[in-house]
Design a protein around this ligand. Structure first.
Ligand SMILES: Cc1cc2nc3c(=O)[nH]c(=O)nc-3n(C[C@H](O)[C@H](O)[C@H](O)COP(=O)(O)OP(=O)(O)OC[C@H]3O[C@@H](n4cnc5c(N)ncnc54)[C@H](O)[C@@H]3O)c2cc1C
Length: 394
């Protein structure tokens, strides 16, 4: 099942089809060569993002009263899947999608009015999420960045790692410890969430360094050096930031699953087309079971991930608990896209390694889903503990 035949969402079928068409109207203008050039030059996709934002696609989940599309997570899935299916990447707008959810649920009226309206109008890019730290990767609640109050400002000090798109964002969400945990066994207590408007911050109070990674991704190490932000930057209540973070995670898992499914479909299309066209020993290579079975098997795994992704997204849009489904969908989708990346490369033989075929680039792109934002191990930890009721192993 692909985005065109997905189940019903909170919005009407016409609206869903319209969302897909609106996304394709943008994605069809950006081909493999566009992304290959950026990859080679390590360029940032400014034109792509502008086109997506001009089409308001980043506002899909923002309520209409702030100028957003007011649709659900299923429509967000349609958008990011199409972005990946057409050879692009969704990370520049996916953060906006789930961060909006955190803001819409927990932000003050002023934050919502100011930031959400500005984001919808395209005046502000809210593209970064500053959580992970060198000593607190998967163990997020052990973060060491601190924030304390001085007058009517918060002062923030600490080091973050992997804050993607930091140099290209106007505003970002940041997590810092504002008090020690009341119960030492619950380190998530005392962490607060901030919405930082970079335009209000003295640029000498922070610095960033790009991390060189294996694909065209713009991610940064960031140092907050007594960075002062207005007291109104705090989201919701002091010390409740980790709870707000968890609120946003299911949406993130389901959106990432959709991106991996889009990648998987791209690999299936490329592998099938090539297997039909490439003739050796007097017949297309795809006539050999050794070539077609791996594609068929990867496709079957992709369809299973797809079904679970829609199940999770439907539950999310109905406000039902969906943690298990969201995590499993993410893991299955990431596994299927990685399996298909390997199958697609193998199907292409030596040409799979040649840059002009784009396979090796997308192979590098899709590998990240095995690591970020959550690894298969941590999904299995979640399923073992929260779905199966086994003892926590860590
Ligand atoms: C390209 C990229 C972009 C990113 N963008 C962002 C971003 O925008 N904002 C942000 O805040 N973060 C971002 N991250 C961070 C990302 O979420 C982390 O890399 C991820 O949470 C893992 O942390 P780590 O890299 O420190 O690995 P570690 O936490 O050190 O884990 C290393 C390995 O050990 C395994 N492991 C750890 N604990 C357990 C356990 N208890 N049981 C079983 N296995 C375990 C993990 O699964 C992993 O395979 C990004 C990362 C990458 C690579």
């Amino acid at each position: 099942m692909d985005a065109k035949t997905q189940p019903q969402s909170t919005a009407s079928a016409v609206t869903r089809e319209e969302v897909l068409q609106a996304t394709q109207a943008v994605t069809h203008r950006f081909d493999d060569e566009y992304f290959a050039k950026l990859d080679k030059e390590e360029g940032y996709p400014h034109d792509y993002i502008k086109a997506l934002m001009d089409a308001k696609l980043h506002t899909v989940m923002i309520p209409e009263e702030y100028g957003g599309m007011g649709l659900g997570l299923q429509e967000a899935c349609v958008i990011v899947e199409e972005m990946h299916r057409s050879g692009g990447v969704g990370s520049m707008i996916h953060g906006q999608m789930f961060m909006m959810g955190i803001l819409a649920r927990h932000g003050t009226d002023e934050q919502k009015r100011k930031i959400l309206e500005e984001v919808c109008a395209g005046r502000v890019r809210l593209q970064s999420f500053s959580l992970t730290e060198p000593n607190a990767g998967t163990d997020t609640a052990k973060l060491q960045t601190k924030a304390w109050k001085e007058g009517n400002e918060w002062v923030i000090k600490g080091q973050k790692l992997w804050t993607s798109r930091f140099d290209y964002t106007d505003a970002f969400m940041l997590f810092a410890r504002t008090s020690p945990p009341k119960d030492p066994a619950k380190p998530h207590q005392g962490i607060s969430a901030f919405l930082v408007d970079k335009r209000q911050v003295d640029p000498t109070q922070y610095s960033s360094r790009k991390i060189d990674v294996m694909f065209n991704h713009h991610t940064f190490e960031v140092f907050y050096d007594n960075m002062r932000v207005p007291e109104t930057s705090m989201i919701g209540e002091e010390g409740k930031g980790f709870r707000y973070l968890l609120d946003g995670l299911n949406a993130e898992r389901i959106i990432i699953a959709s991106e991996a499914i889009g990648d998987g479909r791209w690999f299936v299309d490329k592998a099938v087309n090539y297997a039909k066209e490439r003739v050796l020993f007097g017949k297309p290579i795809g006539a050999n079971q050794g070539v077609q079975f791996p594609i068929a098997k990867g496709y079957a795994h992709l369809e299973a991930a797809d079904a679970l992704r829609w199940k999770a997204a439907e539950k999310f849009d109905r406000n039902e608990p969906c943690g298990g489904d969201a995590n499993i969908a993410k893991m299955l989708a990431a596994d299927a896209s990685w399996e298909l990346a390997n199958v697609c490369m193998q199907t292409h033989g030596g040409f799979g390694l040649a840059r002009e075929y784009h396979i090796e680039r997308r192979f590098r792109d899709t590998r990240v889903f095995q690591i970020a934002p959550i690894s298969p191990n941590m999904v299995l930890n979640y399923v073992s503990q929260h779905v199966l009721g086994l003892p926590r192993s860590y």
